[in-house]
Structures are given as structure tokens and as C-alpha cells.
Design a binder for this molecule. Structure first.
Ligand SMILES: O=P(O)(O)OC[C@@H](O)[C@@H](O)c1c[nH]c2ccccc12
Length: 260
């Protein structure tokens, strides 16, 4: 069994438990549930922003501990002030060391879109995302059927949330693409075995229909890569480790953006 299978099995248990402790009615009564989500596309394409989706990630199954001291408010505010177009906040606890409270805390101090970074397998999690103050959800093609992608995409958009579909190869892209998506993210990391290759983004660039935003995800560690990805049509760049692995992720993004 690969790591992704393990994550999904654990996620199924986690969602079942969450449903027992917090009802849909309670989620709908959360203070953030009725806020109007920010529009991801507007911030990704904004002239005064960088297209960077900057991620708050404490640990990962591939790297173990990445940063054990960073504070979510401080780091996400620094990302925002440095010109990030959006924030990505891991809410998976067991494998990535995140939690709902991280997203809620980031929401309270930032006015740019926030992606709930998690493994979505149930509509209930989309309601949680909305209740916590997210603007955008991730759907990972390799763990969902095409029917689930349509269903979850529609449901998220009906709540005003934007939808980012993550793919890793052409087969996933072709079977998963549907109208209920806002952006397609090409993950340069294979979630099954953790190998990374930026070439994945270049290979798929012209296979993504023009009506979707194009996002390149993972293993982006220098500004030159962003320049070349822009040339082949990418609008957004999801960066985690490169900033989080430093003692001061805020300083790391400022230095990076200074060289863009
Ligand atoms: O830290 P990196 O290599 O810059 O990668 C960020 C992000 O793309 C990665 O965390 C990620 C991409 N897809 C995911 C799905 C689940 C969890 C995490 C991820």
C-alpha cells in the first residue's frame, strides 16, 4: 500500500468521527460560514500580486519535520505582505501536522484567498472548509472518481468556493476535467512515491484548456523556474517547503520575490 492509500483510509475514519462530533447544522452556524469567499482567479491574475500560492506546512510524509516553530499568523501575514496571491494552509493533522485552527487563524488576519489543503473525499469536508473561512478547495484527481470530481466541484461552487483540481499526468487530466473547476494544478511531486520533477508542469502545460487557470505545484525553489513556467502559460505557483524549511519563512519569500 502506498502512502496515498494510507492517507485516504485514515481520512475516511477521520471524517466519520468529525461527522459524529460536529453536525452540518453546527458547521452552517459557524461565524465564517456566511462570509462571501474571495475570488481566487482575481487574486491570481492581479497585477500587483505575484501568482505565488504560499503554503503553511509544518511537516510532510516525504520530508518529516519541516518547521516546528513557525507561527501561522506571523508567517501567513508575511506571505501576504510579500505579494502572495493566495495562501495554502494544510489542515491534515496526522501526516502534515496541520489543523482547522491554523486555517481559522490565517483567515482572521488575511484578506487574500485561502486554500484548504487537505485530502477531500466527502462533501462534509467542503462544508468544514467554508465554516473555517477558506475560499478555495483542492480536489486530488488520483483519489477521486470523475463523478466525485463533478459532484464536489459543483457543491463547492454552489457555496461560492473556488475549485483547484490537482493532476499529476495526462491520463488523470483527461479523465477528470469538467466544467465545475476554476483551476488545474499540476503537481510536480508524485504523491505515490514522492519523486519530484518540474518537467511534469512543462509536459502538461499545453494540455490544459485555456478556460482554466494553470497552476504549477511543488518543488519550486527558485525565481528562474517561475519565469520559465510563466512563458508556457502558468498563472500560479504553489510553494511550501522552499519557504517553510527556513527559520524565517517571511524573509525567505521576501528574498524570493525580490528576485522575480
Ligand atoms: O513544499 P513544496 O514542494 O513547495 O510543495 C507544496 C505543495 O505543492 C505540496 O505541499 C502539495 C501538493 N499537493 C498536495 C496535496 C496534499 C498535500 C500537500 C500537497
Amino acid at each position: 500500500m502506498n502512502i496515498l492509500d494510507k492517507i485516504v483510509i485514515r481520512k475516511q475514519e477521520e471524517v466519520a468521527l468529525a461527522k459524529q462530533s460536529i453536525s452540518v447544522q453546527q458547521l452552517e452556524a459557524s461565524p465564517n460560514f456566511d462570509r462571501t469567499p474571495l475570488v481566487f482567479k482575481d487574486f491570481i491574475l492581479a497585477e500587483n500580486r505575484t501568482g505565488i500560492i504560499s503554503e503553511f506546512k509544518r511537516r510532510s510524509p516525504s520530508k518529516g519535520l519541516i518547521n516546528g516553530t513557525a507561527e501561522v499568523e506571523t508567517v501567513t501575514k508575511a506571505y501576504n505582505e510579500a505579494g502572495a496571491s493566495a495562501l495554502s494552509v494544510l489542515t491534515d493533522t496526522d501526516f502534515f501536522g496541520g489543523k482547522a485552527e491554523d486555517l481559522i487563524a490565517a483567515r482572521a488576519v488575511n484578506q487574500i484567498p485561502i486554500l484548504r489543503k487537505d485530502f477531500m473525499i466527502d462533501e462534509y469536508q467542503i462544508l468544514e472548509a467554508k465554516a473555517w473561512g477558506a475560499d478555495l478547495i483542492l480536489l486530488i484527481a488520483s483519489i477521486l472518481t470523475p463523478q466525485q470530481i463533478v459532484q464536489f466541484g459543483k457543491f463547492a461552487q454552489s457555496l461560492g468556493l473556488s475549485v483547484l483540481l490537482e493532476v499529476h499526468d495526462l491520463e488523470e487530466l483527461e479523465r477528470s476535467i469538467c466544467p465545475n473547476l476554476d483551476a488545474i494544478g499540476v503537481n510536480n511531486r508524485n504523491l505515490g512515491n514522492f519523486t519530484v520533477n518540474i518537467q511534469t508542469s512543462f509536459d502538461l502545460a499545453d494540455k490544459i484548456p485555456t478556460e482554466f487557470l494553470k497552476i504549477s505545484e511543488s518543488a519550486i525553489d527558485n525565481p528562474e523556474v517561475i519565469r520559465t513556467l510563466k512563458k508556457v502559460g502558468y498563472n500560479g505557483f504553489l510553494i511550501g517547503e522552499n519557504f517553510m524549511k527556513t527559520e524565517d519563512p517571511g524573509q525567505a519569500i521576501r528574498d524570493f520575490v525580490g528576485k522575480l
